[in-house]
Design a binder for this molecule. Structure first.
Ligand code: UTP
Length: 410
């Protein structure tokens, strides 16, 4: 553990001495707790506040990237599926559920996956996802390893919920939980927020840390020993998400690409969705706010938008490539959020408005580290029902309509 003078050196460097304001009045145990936190926290993320890395740093030059369209997929569906199912039966695919987020927009005080989408029945978000994965298990006649990433904050509740619900019928031997790293959060002046006199406010460090957290949890060896070649990474909050989709897997394998991303055709040129494209000749995702008007409205000769394919956080990555890029530094995104904190008088405040910054790495930045990525178009009404808010756009309300349309009894 750090000694006090070592901790002071770190904090002076980053101009964060206020963290020790109450140090002298703490018990020995509390002192140790605080010093351990200072030792493990990555303060270097604070540098991104000065280097205007807010949008992931300076971007290169963008070009459109076409997709295997839904029509083409329909025509080749059986051939794609056959290759994918074969890979699944040989144990070459695993699924990685990203469930470490805090779901602040939904305003639900439990892990998002525990939200009940049902009206008359219990239909939890986790249940929707597991049911979709079970479809593939039945089709393949083989279990698919499922790795679930939680944060330190929601690990206990998530794991307990799966236990209580008997894994929603999934084979528990194929489910493994792992915990992602945490990062400090600050107020709007870049001062690290405190959660109490002896603890720094920490938040999950974004979904981009999933692979390094897998490695740190010691799961990579297991993955490789099992012969897994492809990891399908997906978000918890798309209740129509189809994981380890045999046709998607087969299409990526047959294409020879290093990675794949499920995409949907944009509903309108100004839809707020990141688009899979090329940046300096390599696959990349351009965020809606980074697109110029010209990019947003540009069309191909057949009339479709040139930047047409929005990502839905469902990617396939090759394990060999992931290992190769494991040590690459990922861009840090600074996001403004509501962060509970202890004020100068020692009182806990739960803000109603965003009051500070969190520092996150994002899985989408891994796409730019790949040499190639197959853009794979799916039907949004069948595979894209994000639950970000309680009502309005991308909400419980809109997702319920889509679930019902897809035959889920609510
Ligand atoms: P979001 O970007 O929607 O973040 O996550 P969030 O924290 O869940 O929700 P808001 O923004 O506070 O409302 C997209 C996906 O990435 C996961 C989430 O669980 C979700 O599946 N995620 C996000 C993590 O696993 N870890 C993180 O640190 C952040």
């Amino acid at each position: 553990m750090l000694r006090l003078n070592e901790a002071k050196k770190i904090l002076e460097k980053y101009n964060q001495m206020h963290i020790l304001k109450y140090y002298d009045e703490l018990s020995e145990e509390e002192k140790a707790n605080l010093l351990t936190q200072i030792e493990s926290a990555d303060f270097s993320v604070l540098e991104s506040l000065d280097s205007s890395e807010e949008f992931g740093g300076k971007r290169g030059s963008f070009e459109p990237l076409g997709a295997v369209t839904a029509d083409e997929i329909e025509k080749n569906h059986d051939a794609f599926s056959e290759v994918g199912l074969d890979a699944i039966r040989q144990g070459k695919a695993a699924a990685v559920l990203l469930a470490g987020g805090q779901g602040t927009r939904l305003g639900f005080d439990k892990p998002k996956g525990m939200y009940n989408m049902g009206v008359e029945h219990e239909v939890y978000i986790f249940q929707c996802l597991i049911n979709n994965l079970l479809d593939v298990v039945r089709q393949a006649g083989a279990w698919i390893p499922l790795y679930i990433m939680t944060s330190e904050k929601n690990y206990g509740e998530t794991a307990e919920f799966f236990r209580e619900k008997n894994n929603f019928g999934y084979n528990g031997e194929y489910i493994k939980f792992f915990v992602q790293d945490m990062a400090v959060s600050t107020d709007c002046d870049g001062k690290v927020l405190m959660e109490s006199k002896c603890s720094i406010s920490m938040s999950p460090n974004g979904n981009g840390g999933w692979f390094s957290s897998i490695v740190r949890a010691g799961l990579l060896d297991e993955i490789k020993n099992k012969g897994v070649e492809w990891l399908n990474v997906f978000a918890v909050d798309n209740v129509l998400q189809r994981m380890a989709d045999p046709a998607f897997l087969g299409a990526v394998i047959l294409s020879g690409c290093q990675s794949g991303g499920k995409v949907v055709s944009k509903a309108a040129p100004d839809e707020k969705v990141g688009v899979l494209c090329l940046e300096d000749g390599k696959p990349s995702i351009v965020e809606y706010y980074e697109m110029t008007e010209e990019m947003r409205t540009r069309c191909e000769p057949d009339g479709t938008l040139s930047y047409n394919y929005g990502v839905i956080l469902n990617y396939l990555f090759n394990v060999n490539k992931l290992e190769e890029i494991a040590d690459n530094r990922m861009p840090i995104h600074v996001v403004k959020k509501k962060i509970p904190y202890m004020d100068e008088t020692g009182e806990m405040i739960k803000p109603d408005e965003p009051n500070g910054y969190k520092f996150e790495t994002l899985v989408l930045d891994m796409i730019h580290m790949q040499d190639s990525c197959l853009s794979y178009e799916v039907d949004r009404r069948r595979e894209f029902a994000p639950v970000k808010n309680l009502s309005g756009v991308d909400s419980v309300d809109t997702a319920r309509i889509l679930l019902a349309e897809n035959g889920v009894e609510l």
